[in-house]
Design a protein around this ligand. Structure first.
Ligand code: DLL
Length: 430
Protein backbone atom coordinates (compact mmCIF):
# COMPACT_ATOMS: atom_id res chain seq x y z
CA UNK A 1 0.00 0.00 0.00
CA UNK A 2 1.20 3.48 -0.87
CA UNK A 3 0.41 6.94 0.46
CA UNK A 4 2.15 8.72 -2.42
CA UNK A 5 2.87 6.01 -4.99
CA UNK A 6 4.28 8.40 -7.59
CA UNK A 7 6.94 9.88 -5.30
CA UNK A 8 7.71 6.64 -3.50
CA UNK A 9 8.41 4.79 -6.75
CA UNK A 10 10.13 7.54 -8.78
CA UNK A 11 12.69 6.26 -11.28
CA UNK A 12 16.16 6.61 -9.74
CA UNK A 13 17.27 9.03 -12.44
CA UNK A 14 14.22 11.24 -11.85
CA UNK A 15 14.70 11.04 -8.09
CA UNK A 16 18.35 12.02 -8.40
CA UNK A 17 17.55 14.94 -10.72
CA UNK A 18 15.02 16.14 -8.15
CA UNK A 19 17.58 15.78 -5.37
CA UNK A 20 20.13 17.85 -7.26
CA UNK A 21 17.65 20.59 -7.99
CA UNK A 22 16.59 20.69 -4.31
CA UNK A 23 20.18 20.53 -3.07
CA UNK A 24 21.16 23.50 -5.21
CA UNK A 25 18.16 25.50 -4.02
CA UNK A 26 18.96 24.63 -0.38
CA UNK A 27 22.59 25.66 -0.78
CA UNK A 28 21.63 28.98 -2.35
CA UNK A 29 19.19 29.69 0.45
CA UNK A 30 21.45 28.86 3.40
CA UNK A 31 24.29 30.91 2.00
CA UNK A 32 21.93 33.85 1.78
CA UNK A 33 20.25 33.40 5.17
CA UNK A 34 22.38 31.52 7.69
CA UNK A 35 25.53 33.19 9.10
CA UNK A 36 27.17 29.86 9.99
CA UNK A 37 27.04 28.74 6.35
CA UNK A 38 28.08 32.17 5.05
CA UNK A 39 31.24 31.89 7.14
CA UNK A 40 31.92 28.27 6.24
CA UNK A 41 31.52 28.90 2.52
CA UNK A 42 33.85 31.88 2.72
CA UNK A 43 36.37 29.82 4.70
CA UNK A 44 36.24 26.96 2.12
CA UNK A 45 36.31 29.37 -0.86
CA UNK A 46 33.07 27.72 -1.96
CA UNK A 47 30.20 29.23 -3.97
CA UNK A 48 26.72 27.78 -4.50
CA UNK A 49 27.55 27.54 -8.22
CA UNK A 50 30.25 24.94 -7.40
CA UNK A 51 27.55 22.37 -6.63
CA UNK A 52 26.87 20.94 -10.08
CA UNK A 53 26.27 17.26 -9.33
CA UNK A 54 25.15 15.15 -6.38
CA UNK A 55 28.74 14.00 -5.90
CA UNK A 56 29.67 17.63 -5.20
CA UNK A 57 27.87 17.30 -1.86
CA UNK A 58 31.19 16.06 -0.48
CA UNK A 59 32.58 19.58 -1.02
CA UNK A 60 30.06 21.07 1.40
CA UNK A 61 30.87 21.69 5.05
CA UNK A 62 29.52 19.35 7.71
CA UNK A 63 27.08 20.57 10.37
CA UNK A 64 27.39 19.14 13.86
CA UNK A 65 25.33 19.18 17.03
CA UNK A 66 27.97 21.51 18.47
CA UNK A 67 27.23 23.99 15.64
CA UNK A 68 23.53 23.93 16.53
CA UNK A 69 24.27 24.47 20.21
CA UNK A 70 26.62 27.34 19.43
CA UNK A 71 23.89 28.94 17.29
CA UNK A 72 21.25 28.63 20.03
CA UNK A 73 18.65 30.10 20.13
CA UNK A 74 18.00 31.61 16.69
CA UNK A 75 21.27 31.36 14.78
CA UNK A 76 20.27 28.60 12.36
CA UNK A 77 16.94 30.09 11.32
CA UNK A 78 16.55 30.61 7.57
CA UNK A 79 13.14 32.33 7.73
CA UNK A 80 11.71 35.28 9.66
CA UNK A 81 10.62 34.34 13.18
CA UNK A 82 7.03 35.15 12.15
CA UNK A 83 7.16 32.26 9.73
CA UNK A 84 8.04 29.74 12.42
CA UNK A 85 5.11 27.66 13.58
CA UNK A 86 6.72 25.22 15.94
CA UNK A 87 9.76 24.93 18.17
CA UNK A 88 11.16 21.62 19.34
CA UNK A 89 14.35 21.14 21.29
CA UNK A 90 16.67 18.26 21.60
CA UNK A 91 18.87 17.93 24.61
CA UNK A 92 22.11 16.09 24.55
CA UNK A 93 23.99 14.87 27.53
CA UNK A 94 25.69 18.20 28.15
CA UNK A 95 25.16 21.90 27.79
CA UNK A 96 22.46 23.86 26.02
CA UNK A 97 19.70 22.22 24.04
CA UNK A 98 19.44 22.51 20.27
CA UNK A 99 16.60 24.69 19.00
CA UNK A 100 14.75 23.16 16.05
CA UNK A 101 12.34 25.26 14.04
CA UNK A 102 9.50 24.28 11.74
CA UNK A 103 7.47 26.46 9.37
CA UNK A 104 3.92 25.55 8.34
CA UNK A 105 5.35 23.89 5.25
CA UNK A 106 7.78 21.90 7.43
CA UNK A 107 5.10 20.64 9.83
CA UNK A 108 2.85 19.62 6.91
CA UNK A 109 5.74 17.97 5.18
CA UNK A 110 6.79 16.02 8.29
CA UNK A 111 3.21 14.75 8.62
CA UNK A 112 3.21 13.80 4.95
CA UNK A 113 6.38 11.71 5.34
CA UNK A 114 4.96 10.09 8.46
CA UNK A 115 1.80 9.22 6.54
CA UNK A 116 3.94 7.54 3.87
CA UNK A 117 5.60 5.49 6.63
CA UNK A 118 2.37 4.40 8.27
CA UNK A 119 0.63 3.41 5.06
CA UNK A 120 3.77 1.55 3.97
CA UNK A 121 3.36 -0.72 7.00
CA UNK A 122 -0.32 -1.31 6.24
CA UNK A 123 -1.99 1.34 8.41
CA UNK A 124 -5.40 2.59 7.20
CA UNK A 125 -7.98 5.02 8.49
CA UNK A 126 -9.59 2.12 10.34
CA UNK A 127 -6.59 1.89 12.66
CA UNK A 128 -6.53 3.20 16.21
CA UNK A 129 -3.07 4.44 17.11
CA UNK A 130 -2.12 4.76 20.76
CA UNK A 131 0.81 7.11 20.86
CA UNK A 132 2.99 6.17 23.85
CA UNK A 133 5.84 8.58 23.07
CA UNK A 134 6.46 11.70 25.14
CA UNK A 135 4.44 14.73 24.02
CA UNK A 136 6.24 18.04 24.38
CA UNK A 137 9.52 19.48 23.22
CA UNK A 138 10.53 16.02 21.96
CA UNK A 139 9.50 15.52 18.32
CA UNK A 140 8.63 11.84 18.83
CA UNK A 141 4.96 12.04 19.71
CA UNK A 142 3.78 15.14 17.87
CA UNK A 143 5.14 14.34 14.43
CA UNK A 144 3.69 10.81 14.59
CA UNK A 145 0.41 12.29 15.84
CA UNK A 146 0.12 14.62 12.85
CA UNK A 147 1.04 11.88 10.38
CA UNK A 148 -1.49 9.42 11.77
CA UNK A 149 -4.21 12.08 11.71
CA UNK A 150 -3.35 12.75 8.09
CA UNK A 151 -3.96 9.09 7.30
CA UNK A 152 -7.26 9.40 9.17
CA UNK A 153 -6.55 7.07 12.10
CA UNK A 154 -8.11 7.61 15.47
CA UNK A 155 -5.12 8.86 17.47
CA UNK A 156 -5.01 8.41 21.24
CA UNK A 157 -2.40 10.85 22.63
CA UNK A 158 -1.66 8.66 25.65
CA UNK A 159 1.98 9.64 26.17
CA UNK A 160 4.29 7.22 27.97
CA UNK A 161 3.96 5.52 31.36
CA UNK A 162 0.88 4.77 33.48
CA UNK A 163 0.51 1.26 32.11
CA UNK A 164 -2.85 0.66 33.83
CA UNK A 165 -4.34 3.57 31.91
CA UNK A 166 -2.64 2.46 28.69
CA UNK A 167 -4.28 -0.95 29.06
CA UNK A 168 -7.67 0.54 29.80
CA UNK A 169 -7.52 2.77 26.72
CA UNK A 170 -6.36 -0.16 24.65
CA UNK A 171 -9.22 -2.36 25.78
CA UNK A 172 -11.96 0.24 25.58
CA UNK A 173 -11.01 1.82 22.25
CA UNK A 174 -9.68 -1.34 20.56
CA UNK A 175 -6.21 0.05 19.86
CA UNK A 176 -4.65 -1.63 16.82
CA UNK A 177 -1.24 0.06 16.74
CA UNK A 178 1.15 1.62 19.22
CA UNK A 179 4.09 3.96 18.91
CA UNK A 180 6.68 3.45 21.64
CA UNK A 181 10.33 3.24 22.54
CA UNK A 182 11.70 -0.32 22.57
CA UNK A 183 12.31 -0.10 26.31
CA UNK A 184 8.72 0.88 27.04
CA UNK A 185 7.30 -1.68 24.60
CA UNK A 186 9.25 -4.42 26.42
CA UNK A 187 8.16 -3.12 29.78
CA UNK A 188 4.55 -3.02 28.65
CA UNK A 189 4.71 -6.62 27.39
CA UNK A 190 5.88 -7.62 30.89
CA UNK A 191 3.12 -5.57 32.44
CA UNK A 192 0.48 -7.41 30.42
CA UNK A 193 1.91 -10.76 31.41
CA UNK A 194 1.94 -9.75 35.07
CA UNK A 195 -1.72 -8.74 34.84
CA UNK A 196 -2.77 -11.93 33.10
CA UNK A 197 -3.64 -10.17 29.84
CA UNK A 198 -3.07 -12.21 26.71
CA UNK A 199 -2.65 -9.60 23.99
CA UNK A 200 -3.40 -12.12 21.22
CA UNK A 201 -6.81 -12.92 22.68
CA UNK A 202 -7.77 -9.96 24.83
CA UNK A 203 -6.59 -7.01 22.71
CA UNK A 204 -6.94 -5.81 19.11
CA UNK A 205 -3.22 -4.88 18.82
CA UNK A 206 -1.56 -5.71 15.49
CA UNK A 207 1.44 -3.44 15.06
CA UNK A 208 3.98 -1.34 16.90
CA UNK A 209 6.16 1.43 15.53
CA UNK A 210 9.29 1.37 17.59
CA UNK A 211 12.20 3.76 17.57
CA UNK A 212 13.88 6.78 19.21
CA UNK A 213 16.65 4.61 20.61
CA UNK A 214 18.85 1.84 19.25
CA UNK A 215 17.66 -1.73 19.67
CA UNK A 216 18.58 -5.09 18.28
CA UNK A 217 16.73 -7.71 16.18
CA UNK A 218 16.62 -9.84 19.34
CA UNK A 219 14.73 -7.06 21.11
CA UNK A 220 12.35 -6.71 18.17
CA UNK A 221 11.58 -10.43 18.40
CA UNK A 222 11.05 -10.19 22.13
CA UNK A 223 8.54 -7.35 21.71
CA UNK A 224 6.79 -9.18 18.84
CA UNK A 225 6.45 -12.33 20.92
CA UNK A 226 5.46 -10.51 24.10
CA UNK A 227 2.74 -8.47 22.44
CA UNK A 228 1.78 -10.86 19.64
CA UNK A 229 2.26 -8.19 16.96
CA UNK A 230 4.47 -6.97 14.11
CA UNK A 231 7.13 -4.43 15.07
CA UNK A 232 8.28 -1.90 12.47
CA UNK A 233 11.50 -0.01 12.99
CA UNK A 234 11.11 3.77 12.81
CA UNK A 235 14.17 6.03 12.60
CA UNK A 236 14.47 9.75 12.82
CA UNK A 237 16.07 12.66 14.60
CA UNK A 238 14.84 16.06 15.67
CA UNK A 239 17.17 17.88 13.28
CA UNK A 240 15.39 16.12 10.36
CA UNK A 241 11.69 16.41 11.44
CA UNK A 242 11.81 13.74 14.15
CA UNK A 243 10.38 10.26 13.50
CA UNK A 244 9.66 9.09 9.96
CA UNK A 245 12.97 9.85 8.26
CA UNK A 246 13.33 6.15 7.52
CA UNK A 247 10.85 3.36 8.16
CA UNK A 248 10.33 -0.29 7.39
CA UNK A 249 7.92 -1.55 4.76
CA UNK A 250 6.02 -4.83 4.96
CA UNK A 251 9.26 -6.77 4.34
CA UNK A 252 10.81 -5.47 7.57
CA UNK A 253 14.29 -5.63 6.12
CA UNK A 254 15.97 -2.24 6.41
CA UNK A 255 14.28 1.15 6.51
CA UNK A 256 13.41 3.16 3.40
CA UNK A 257 14.88 6.62 3.81
CA UNK A 258 12.85 9.29 2.04
CA UNK A 259 15.45 10.44 -0.44
CA UNK A 260 13.33 13.11 -2.05
CA UNK A 261 13.55 14.92 1.34
CA UNK A 262 16.98 13.92 2.61
CA UNK A 263 20.27 13.47 0.84
CA UNK A 264 21.95 10.46 2.33
CA UNK A 265 25.66 9.77 2.76
CA UNK A 266 27.63 7.24 4.76
CA UNK A 267 31.05 8.47 5.84
CA UNK A 268 33.99 7.20 7.79
CA UNK A 269 33.41 8.88 11.17
CA UNK A 270 37.14 9.34 11.71
CA UNK A 271 38.22 10.75 8.35
CA UNK A 272 34.91 12.20 7.10
CA UNK A 273 35.47 10.49 3.73
CA UNK A 274 32.42 9.04 1.90
CA UNK A 275 32.08 5.24 2.04
CA UNK A 276 30.64 3.03 -0.71
CA UNK A 277 27.14 1.49 -0.50
CA UNK A 278 27.01 -1.49 1.82
CA UNK A 279 29.85 -0.36 4.04
CA UNK A 280 29.07 0.58 7.61
CA UNK A 281 29.77 4.13 8.75
CA UNK A 282 28.19 7.32 10.05
CA UNK A 283 24.96 8.49 8.48
CA UNK A 284 25.12 12.08 7.25
CA UNK A 285 21.95 13.82 6.10
CA UNK A 286 21.24 17.01 4.18
CA UNK A 287 17.70 18.39 4.24
CA UNK A 288 16.26 18.94 0.77
CA UNK A 289 12.85 20.37 1.65
CA UNK A 290 13.26 22.11 5.02
CA UNK A 291 12.23 25.72 5.00
CA UNK A 292 12.79 27.05 8.53
CA UNK A 293 16.01 25.27 9.33
CA UNK A 294 17.78 23.66 6.39
CA UNK A 295 20.92 21.74 7.34
CA UNK A 296 23.86 20.71 5.19
CA UNK A 297 25.59 17.37 5.84
CA UNK A 298 24.37 16.93 9.40
CA UNK A 299 26.53 14.45 11.31
CA UNK A 300 23.96 12.14 12.91
CA UNK A 301 26.63 10.04 14.71
CA UNK A 302 24.43 7.02 13.96
CA UNK A 303 26.19 4.00 12.53
CA UNK A 304 24.48 2.15 9.68
CA UNK A 305 24.95 1.11 6.06
CA UNK A 306 23.00 1.45 2.81
CA UNK A 307 21.24 -1.59 1.35
CA UNK A 308 21.79 -0.91 -2.34
CA UNK A 309 19.46 -3.63 -3.72
CA UNK A 310 15.96 -2.74 -4.85
CA UNK A 311 13.25 -3.66 -2.35
CA UNK A 312 10.53 -6.04 -3.56
CA UNK A 313 7.91 -3.55 -2.30
CA UNK A 314 8.61 -1.39 -5.36
CA UNK A 315 9.82 1.72 -3.54
CA UNK A 316 12.93 3.21 -5.09
CA UNK A 317 14.10 5.11 -2.01
CA UNK A 318 17.08 3.18 -0.67
CA UNK A 319 17.03 1.38 2.65
CA UNK A 320 19.40 1.75 5.56
CA UNK A 321 20.15 -1.06 7.96
CA UNK A 322 19.18 -1.03 11.61
CA UNK A 323 21.30 1.51 13.52
CA UNK A 324 23.98 -0.48 15.29
CA UNK A 325 25.02 2.29 17.66
CA UNK A 326 26.30 5.83 17.75
CA UNK A 327 29.86 6.74 16.98
CA UNK A 328 29.86 8.54 20.33
CA UNK A 329 28.31 5.82 22.52
CA UNK A 330 31.29 3.54 22.36
CA UNK A 331 32.62 2.58 25.78
CA UNK A 332 36.23 1.81 26.33
CA UNK A 333 36.65 -0.71 29.10
CA UNK A 334 40.11 -1.95 29.90
CA UNK A 335 41.21 -0.66 26.52
CA UNK A 336 38.56 -2.60 24.60
CA UNK A 337 35.94 -0.80 22.50
CA UNK A 338 32.45 -1.90 23.43
CA UNK A 339 29.08 -0.83 22.03
CA UNK A 340 26.06 -1.20 24.34
CA UNK A 341 24.20 -2.89 21.46
CA UNK A 342 26.59 -5.85 21.63
CA UNK A 343 25.54 -6.40 25.22
CA UNK A 344 21.85 -6.07 24.37
CA UNK A 345 22.14 -8.59 21.55
CA UNK A 346 23.49 -11.23 23.93
CA UNK A 347 21.03 -10.51 26.73
CA UNK A 348 17.90 -10.37 24.59
CA UNK A 349 18.68 -13.67 22.90
CA UNK A 350 18.37 -15.46 26.26
CA UNK A 351 14.84 -16.53 27.24
CA UNK A 352 15.68 -16.41 30.97
CA UNK A 353 16.44 -12.69 30.69
CA UNK A 354 13.63 -10.17 31.18
CA UNK A 355 13.10 -6.80 29.58
CA UNK A 356 15.54 -4.49 31.27
CA UNK A 357 19.25 -4.20 31.94
CA UNK A 358 21.74 -1.59 33.09
CA UNK A 359 25.44 -1.23 32.37
CA UNK A 360 27.35 0.26 35.27
CA UNK A 361 30.99 1.25 35.06
CA UNK A 362 32.65 1.60 38.43
CA UNK A 363 35.95 2.25 40.14
CA UNK A 364 39.00 1.78 38.03
CA UNK A 365 37.34 0.12 35.04
CA UNK A 366 34.93 -2.45 36.29
CA UNK A 367 31.87 -3.27 34.24
CA UNK A 368 28.82 -4.51 36.12
CA UNK A 369 25.79 -5.54 34.12
CA UNK A 370 22.55 -5.69 36.05
CA UNK A 371 20.10 -7.98 34.33
CA UNK A 372 16.43 -8.43 35.13
CA UNK A 373 15.23 -12.00 35.12
CA UNK A 374 12.23 -13.01 33.06
CA UNK A 375 9.13 -13.89 35.08
CA UNK A 376 9.64 -17.57 34.32
CA UNK A 377 13.42 -17.23 34.62
CA UNK A 378 13.73 -18.35 38.23
CA UNK A 379 12.47 -21.67 39.51
CA UNK A 380 13.48 -21.02 43.13
CA UNK A 381 16.73 -22.98 42.95
CA UNK A 382 19.71 -20.85 43.81
CA UNK A 383 22.21 -23.05 41.97
CA UNK A 384 20.28 -22.44 38.73
CA UNK A 385 20.70 -18.71 39.28
CA UNK A 386 24.41 -19.06 39.87
CA UNK A 387 24.70 -21.14 36.73
CA UNK A 388 22.74 -18.63 34.66
CA UNK A 389 24.82 -15.77 36.00
CA UNK A 390 28.07 -17.35 34.96
CA UNK A 391 26.63 -18.48 31.59
CA UNK A 392 25.66 -14.85 30.82
CA UNK A 393 29.09 -13.58 31.90
CA UNK A 394 30.76 -16.15 29.63
CA UNK A 395 28.56 -15.29 26.63
CA UNK A 396 29.33 -11.60 27.16
CA UNK A 397 33.03 -12.31 27.43
CA UNK A 398 32.98 -14.12 24.09
CA UNK A 399 31.18 -11.17 22.47
CA UNK A 400 33.04 -8.31 24.17
CA UNK A 401 36.44 -9.80 25.00
CA UNK A 402 36.09 -8.34 28.48
CA UNK A 403 34.40 -10.31 31.24
CA UNK A 404 31.85 -8.19 33.06
CA UNK A 405 30.39 -8.88 36.48
CA UNK A 406 26.78 -9.94 36.03
CA UNK A 407 24.16 -9.31 38.70
CA UNK A 408 20.73 -10.88 38.30
CA UNK A 409 17.86 -8.88 39.74
CA UNK A 410 14.13 -9.65 40.06
CA UNK A 411 11.80 -8.60 37.22
CA UNK A 412 10.64 -4.98 37.33
CA UNK A 413 13.33 -3.72 39.71
CA UNK A 414 15.57 -1.66 37.42
CA UNK A 415 14.52 1.93 36.73
CA UNK A 416 12.29 2.49 33.68
CA UNK A 417 12.48 5.92 32.15
CA UNK A 418 9.48 7.52 30.48
CA UNK A 419 11.50 8.75 27.55
CA UNK A 420 14.65 7.24 26.15
CA UNK A 421 16.20 4.51 28.26
CA UNK A 422 19.44 5.32 30.05
CA UNK A 423 21.38 2.10 29.75
CA UNK A 424 24.86 3.17 30.82
CA UNK A 425 25.95 4.73 34.10
CA UNK A 426 29.60 5.66 34.22
CA UNK A 427 30.96 6.19 37.73
CA UNK A 428 34.55 5.43 36.90
CA UNK A 429 37.26 7.27 38.70
CA UNK A 430 39.87 6.81 35.99
O1 DLL B 1 14.32 10.19 18.69
C1 DLL B 1 13.03 11.01 16.82
C2 DLL B 1 12.22 9.76 16.86
C3 DLL B 1 11.11 9.71 17.67
C4 DLL B 1 12.54 8.67 16.06
C5 DLL B 1 10.32 8.58 17.68
C6 DLL B 1 11.76 7.55 16.06
C7 DLL B 1 10.64 7.50 16.87
P1 DLL B 1 15.98 12.68 18.81
O2 DLL B 1 15.50 12.77 20.19
O3 DLL B 1 16.60 13.87 18.19
O4 DLL B 1 14.82 12.26 17.84
O5 DLL B 1 17.01 11.47 18.79
C8 DLL B 1 17.58 11.06 17.59
O6 DLL B 1 17.76 8.78 18.40
O7 DLL B 1 20.17 10.11 16.14
C9 DLL B 1 19.43 7.93 16.99
O8 DLL B 1 20.63 7.92 17.71
C10 DLL B 1 18.28 7.56 17.90
N1 DLL B 1 17.23 6.83 17.16
C11 DLL B 1 16.06 7.31 16.72
N2 DLL B 1 15.36 6.31 16.11
C12 DLL B 1 16.12 5.18 16.16
C13 DLL B 1 15.99 3.85 15.71
C14 DLL B 1 14.10 11.07 17.88
N3 DLL B 1 14.89 3.41 15.09
C15 DLL B 1 18.49 9.89 17.84
N4 DLL B 1 17.03 3.01 15.91
C16 DLL B 1 19.06 9.34 16.56
C17 DLL B 1 18.15 3.43 16.53
C18 DLL B 1 17.33 5.54 16.82
N5 DLL B 1 18.32 4.67 17.00
Amino acid sequence: MFWDRKTETLKRSTLEALQLQRLQATVRRVVKKVPLYQHRFAEYGLKPGHIRSLADVSRLPFTTSADLRASYPHGMLAVATDDVLRLHTSSGTTGKPKALFFSRHDVDNAAELMARCLVMSGVTRQDVLQNMMTYGLFTGALMMHYGAEKVGCLVIPAGPGNSERQLLLMQDFRTTAIHATPSYALYFADFLEKHGVNPRKDLALRKAFVGAEPYTEETRRKIEQGLGIDVYNCYGLSEMNGPGVAFECEHKHGMHLWEDNFLLEIIDPQTGEPLPDGQSGELVLTTLCSEAMPLLRFRTRDITSIIPERCPCGRTHRRINRITGRSDDMLIVRGVNIYPQQIERVLMSLPQVGSNYLIQLEGLDEMIIKVELAKAGFDGQVEHLVHLQSAIADRLRTELLVKPKVELVPPGTLPVSEGKAKRVIDHRTL
